[in-house]
Design a protein around this ligand. Structure first.
Ligand SMILES: *Cc1c(COP(=O)(O)O)cnc(C)c1O
Length: 368
């Protein structure tokens, strides 16, 4: 008799709907017979990696027979200096995604609750389900985190809170005062992950750098990544910043060689590439203006975003517009899985890429 393998999986895992990544360029070219596909679907840096990161990787190829430095000594030293923390406060991850997962695996049991916002990054619910815990999804306020309501949702069963600042896919953000007030209300048995994957893109003066608060709030874990502004999404490297005690716990469930040699080298080089970061941020601001102006002209509401993507309300099922855009060789992200079925999330691309998307969208919107 054949065994139903799914029934053997642990209960939390059985309920998981796998994460749906942005469709790869090659796949769309094959399936739709289009060339010159523009991908604005995964919040990647359209400029690619910086020249410093690119230059250092060939130098490391000879070393690939060896295991990477499992402690990431060189990168942690450089990060520690840049962030004004001790190297013992850092945990390197295979993308910052891995840090989110380590936090759940190390701290959360099935009897615990994990609190996050509606329309928040999909990985929070995945890692919660994977450990069999209960997700407490707090309704959003104007598409953004309602920290008041999130604080009220905390109880003795809560073990972990995820806050995306800014949030993906909405691009909304929480202000310094709001976040600090929230952290003061969090009891000591609750860990708070502040996910700052888009930190470098945000220019609002009232946007908090949560790393500065780790001294005051010992239950805080701040995550950042090299996947977004640094343009290294394919290498998979990110990090968590916490107290040394929390980092020690995360380190116990981390696999020994979770970050590869090329990623370590490229990330270290990227940290010193200020020109690339500045160029990327400036270009993002221009692209954001280009996109929001176009939405305004088309009469499409959008959620104001401080990140490198923007969610637009296409006033009809986003899935259909997504599909039609694929035929035009433009990949964006449908977000029905975030309870945003009339929205599409678009990554800010190069000026020409943005224009390709705008033209294709305008054609669809004006069609009867
Ligand atoms: C992209 C993203 C991440 C993580 O990306 P990694 O490539 O795993 O570092 C984390 N949080 C949010 C909100 C993101 O959008």
């Amino acid at each position: 008799m054949a065994v139903d393998v799914l029934s053997l999986a642990v209960p939390g895992v059985r309920g998981i709907k796998p994460y749906e990544p942005g469709r790869p360029i090659e796949e769309i070219e094959r399936a739709y017979g289009v060339a010159d596909v523009v991908k604005l679907a995964s919040n990647e840096n359209p400029l690619g990696p910086g020249s410093r990161a690119l230059a250092v990787m060939p130098e490391r190829l000879d070393g690939l027979a060896r295991y990477p430095d499992g402690n990431g000594f060189a990168l942690k030293s450089k990060l520690a200096e840049k962030l004004s923390v001790a190297p013992e406060q850092l945990t390197l991850g295979n993308g910052s995604n891995e840090i989110l997962e380590l936090a759940a695996r190390a701290f959360v049991l099935p009897e615990h609750e994990v609190v996050f916002s509606a329309h928040a990054f999909a990985v929070y619910s995945l890692v919660t389900q994977a450990v069999g815990a209960t997700a407490v999804v707090v309704p959003a306020h104007d598409w953004g985190h309602d920290l008041e309501a999130m604080a009220s949702a905390l109880n003795e069963r809560t073990r972990l809170v995820f806050i995306a600042n800014p949030n993906n896919p909405t691009g909304t953000w929480v202000r310094r005062g709001e976040l600090k007030t929230f952290l003061k209300r969090v009891p000591a048995h609750v860990l708070v992950v502040v996910d700052e994957a888009y930190f470098e893109y945000v220019i609002e003066p009232d946007y908090p750098n949560a790393i500065a608060w780790i001294k005051r709030f010992a239950n805080l874990i701040v995550t950042r990544t090299f996947s977004k502004v640094h343009g290294l999404a394919g290498l998979r490297i990110g990090y968590g910043v916490s107290t040394p005690e929390v980092a020690d716990v995360l380190n116990r469930v981390r696999e020994p060689f979770n970050v590869n040699t090329l990623a370590l080298a490229a990330a270290e080089a990227a940290l010193g590439d200020f020109a690339h970061v500045t160029h990327s941020v400036t270009m993002n601001q221009e692209g954001m203006r280009q996109l929001s102006k176009a939405f305004m002209e088309m009469g499409l509401p959008y959620i104001p975003s401080v990140a490198n993507f923007i969610a637009v309300d296409v006033r009809r099922p986003g899935a259909a517009v997504f599909e039609a855009l694929l035929h035009e060789g433009v990949i964006v992200r449908p977000v029905a899985n975030y309870a945003m079925s009339n929205h599409l999330r678009v990554t800010v691309g190069l000026p020409d890429e943005n224009q390709r998307f705008i033209d294709a969208l305008a054609k669809m919107i004006s069609a009867p």
